[in-house]
Design a protein around this ligand. Structure first.
Ligand SMILES: Nc1ncnc2c1ncn2[C@@H]1O[C@H](COP(=O)(O)OP(=O)(O)OP(=O)(O)O)[C@@H](O)[C@H]1O
Length: 253
């Protein structure tokens, strides 16, 4: 039976201010199994960033629970618990790469293991494998400014995966890349997830990107309004159709 890595239950988030109240997440529930690549695809303002912020412990939910690796994350939203939780549990891949510009490719990739005080021999062993799978061996001594956008994002993927965290959260990881580079980066991410049985949750508004997932959850107006199991590379049309229906419905409302 598949092992559940992340379980989100009845999650809500309300933002209240002077004269406004927004329900950014309305009773969201879903599960992700170990090794699954799940994509959250949604219209603008559907609550994708809100969800990622909560899963990263950058923001607290109004109600609901998050279980990661079988552990209920109750006291999560208070520093220093939040930083510790992030370091232990989450690999991040951002749209803007967020690499340290003064460090080489290899030093950027090993940061999470240095923070964990792993011994150098083990670090080097993992580093070689990651550089190899990501095709970055040749660039290992380069600094981020000496790399293309696609190469920088592959470094960020290496950094996210090297500690094999329970989950990788990827926020529009190919938003700054052209179509071909975007596909290359997503193929790298997919290959890495297969190699290490890594669980990935990726957020996007782009159907082509969503097509790389094993499963797509469709978000609209703070709710999960659809789900699609990807079976082959020909899923793009189905994903597009579902997304079109969702956006058309939102125009009617
Ligand atoms: N700090 C905040 N204060 C008030 N409202 C907020 C805040 N952050 C988000 N919202 C509102 O919550 C809703 C969901 O926003 P969110 O940023 O999660 O959407 P999104 O799906 O990530 O959108 P996009 O794809 O455009 O980035 C929106 O209506 C937004 O205006």
């Amino acid at each position: 039976m598949s092992e559940v890595i992340l379980e989100v239950k009845n999650l809500t988030k309300e933002y209240k201010g002077q004269g406004f109240e927004v329900k950014a997440l309305k009773n969201i529930s879903f599960k992700i199994n170990k090794g699954e690549f799940v994509v959250i695809m949604g219209t603008s303002g559907s609550g994708k960033s809100t969800l990622l912020n909560i899963l990263s412990a950058l923001d607290a939910p109004s109600s609901g629970t998050i279980k990661l690796n079988g552990e209920l994350q109750e006291k999560l939203f208070k520093e220093p618990n939040a930083s510790f939780y992030r370091q232990k549990n989450i690999g991040f891949v951002f749209q803007a790469y967020n690499l340290l510009k003064d460090l080489t490719v290899e030093d950027n990739i090993v940061i999470p293991l240095i923070l964990q005080n792993m011994n150098r021999e083990m670090i080097d062993e993992r580093l070689e494998e990651i550089l190899n799978v990501l095709g970055l061996t040749k660039w290992r001594k380069h600094r981020p400014t000496q790399l293309s956008g696609g190469q920088q994002q592959r470094v960020a993927i290496g950094r996210a995966i090297i500690s094999q965290p329970p989950i990788i959260l990827a926020d529009e990881p190919t938003g700054n890349l052209d179509f071909n580079t975007s596909n290359e980066v997503l193929e790298s991410l997919y290959e890495m997830k297969n190699r290490f049985n890594q669980t990935v949750l990726l957020v996007t508004h782009d159907p082509t990107v969503a097509n790389y997932g094993d499963r797509v959850l469709f978000f609209h107006d703070g709710e999960i309004v659809g789900e699609y199991e990807c079976r082959s590379e020909n899923d793009l049309e189905s994903i597009l159709n579902i997304f079109k229906k969702i956006t058309e419905r939102s125009k009617i409302q």
